[in-house]
Design a binder for this molecule. Sequence first.
Ligand SMILES: *Cc1c(COP(=O)(O)O)cnc(C)c1O
Length: 247
Amino acid sequence: MADRTRGTPVVTPEERRAELADGLAAVRARIAAACAAAGRDEREITLIAVTKTFPAADVRLLAGLGLTEVGENRDQEARPKAADCADLPLTWHFVGRLQTNKARAVAGYADVVHSVDRARLVRALSDAAGRAGRELRCLVQVSLDEDERREGRGGAAPEDVPGLADEIAGAPGLELGGVMAVAPLGADPLPAFARLAEVASGVRRNHPGASIVSAGMSGDLEQAIACGATHLRIGTALLGGRRAIVR
Ligand SMILES: *Cc1c(COP(=O)(O)O)cnc(C)c1O
């Protein structure tokens, strides 16, 4: 347990299991309320537990609570965690910025890559999936930042998304799943997620099977559900606070 301290008091596995169960119940209640408000069926929503900075032991406890979808944002951390949990029936989502030189490693364990935002990365992932003999589902990450700074958070400009979607759909070893976005920092998430919904529907015109809209984190899952999100990426609200990581 020593490596899980990060300022968090040490808790027994039983206590941790209870904390995670509470977090899960609270998140499920928020999802239910948001779906009711939006007139949507809860079964349309897939909950991904973003376990970055938390140990494999937490992934194991979450799996015991019935969660099957796990998200990570850094290869160095995700790779050993996925190996540690290889016996569990989990789907691994890679949600962070991805360098092309990490594509091979990520293709070894990830089932879904949410952060595909450039053609070079499409080619690297296709090549890596081929070598690994695996099929990777890919989402086009859309930048919803209004200004051009884009804050290094990744994402393709909305006008570049259809072209990238076509590239993924045509790439061996890759399957186009849909789109993903992170709401801009410090702005109202609702108009941003509405914009994402437009981009997603544009992609579906040419690729009707690309139905995934990955949007919504701990602070904005209600707005994401209101705008048609199908996949939520939830860290803090499920697992508790984490120390800010140096980027
Ligand atoms: C960390 C992270 C999340 C989860 O964020 P919370 O606010 O802790 O729910 C979701 N998506 C991405 C891309 C992340 O890096």
